[in-house]
Design a protein around this ligand. Structure first.
Ligand SMILES: Nc1ncnc2c1ncn2[C@@H]1O[C@H](COP(=O)(O)OP(=O)(O)OP(=O)(O)O)[C@@H](O)[C@H]1O
Ligand SMILES: [Mg+2]
Length: 251
């Protein structure tokens, strides 16, 4: 499960996260929507500690870090960051695969070279994950030989190869050609059905409505509205309404 409390982050003078709170129970999918610049990416990056928040606490499973009162000493802080980071996997807008490594090598990089897991076992795992994202048999392809949608699915498999407790996806389909969006969303939908804990930033309102157990609407660095799918069908807040009508008009 994920517990975020009072998360704050500024860049120079700009307050980007202004006290974000939310909880996501294990096995649920949380969709995060909101205008450009509202802090969605910064929130996900904070959960994975790619960004160090200025204040607030993040708990994922049994790893917890209070950024206002971090463990004393560099080594202890680093250990706490590492423990928290290990519990989430990140999928970015574009996949960041190693271009000179095959699909399988990309999937083994983290488990074998970073986590020090047994190569054979990690390879077995990687093959199962590739099958799960619909890419069985493409182990030896290079990223450039795959479509954008396939590359993004490798990106998802690579994040899962690290065996995280939660998967964080930042607009995983927004860089794709429209005809490739569906295949990636289908994979995410499968993961949700299998009980993965997901936090997904997306502008795909229909997808969010179908898949999300919880919807967060972020505005100006705060959770402006939070609830079930009704946030997307019958929002309480005027800001959410305005945002949705813009997004739905654009789609
Ligand atoms: N590393 C950084 N340095 C300085 N400012 C940053 C940095 N990262 C984000 N920001 C600023 O913080 C604000 C929120 O950015 P963020 O990327 O979290 O928004 P977002 O909701 O993900 O937007 P989008 O929908 O466009 O992806 C923006 O104004 C952005 O310019
Ligand atoms: Mg973003």
């Amino acid at each position: 499960m994920i517990e975020v409390h009072g998360l704050e982050k500024s860049f120079a003078e700009q307050r980007v996260l202004r006290g974000v709170d939310f909880t996501a129970t294990a096995g649920t999918a949380t969709a995060v929507l909101g205008p450009s610049g509202s802090g969605k990416t910064t929130l996900l990056r904070s959960l994975n500690v790619l960004e160090a928040p200025d204040a607030g606490t993040v708990r994922i499973g049994d790893a917890r870090l209070n950024f206002a009162d971090p463990p004393a000493g560099k080594a202890a802080y680093r250990r706490a960051v590492k423990a928290l980071r290990a519990r989430s996997g990140m999928v970015f807008q574009s996949h960041h695969l190693f271009p000179h490594k095959t699909v399988l090598q990309n999937l083994l990089e983290g488990p074998v070279h970073v986590q020090g897991r047994d190569r054979e076992e990690a390879t077995e795992d990687a093959r199962a994950l590739l099958a799960q994202v619909g890419l069985a048999g493409r182990e030896d392809a290079y990223p450039s030989q795959l479509s954008g949608g396939q590359q993004q699915r490798v990106g998802i498999a690579r994040a899962l190869a690290l065996r995280p407790e939660v998967l964080l996806l930042d607009e995983p389909t927004s860089a794709l050609d429209p005809e490739l969006v569906g295949e990636v969303l289908d994979v995410v939908r499968d993961l949700a059905e299998q009980g993965w804990t997901l936090v997904i930033v997306t502008h795909e309102v229909r997808f969010a409505r179908d898949v999300a157990d919880q919807v967060l609407f972020l505005d100006g660095g705060r959770v402006a509205e939070r609830g079930g799918a009704e946030v997307l069908t019958d929002p309480r807040e005027e800001r959410t309404r305005r945002f949705l009508s813009r997004v739905l008009d654009a789609g």
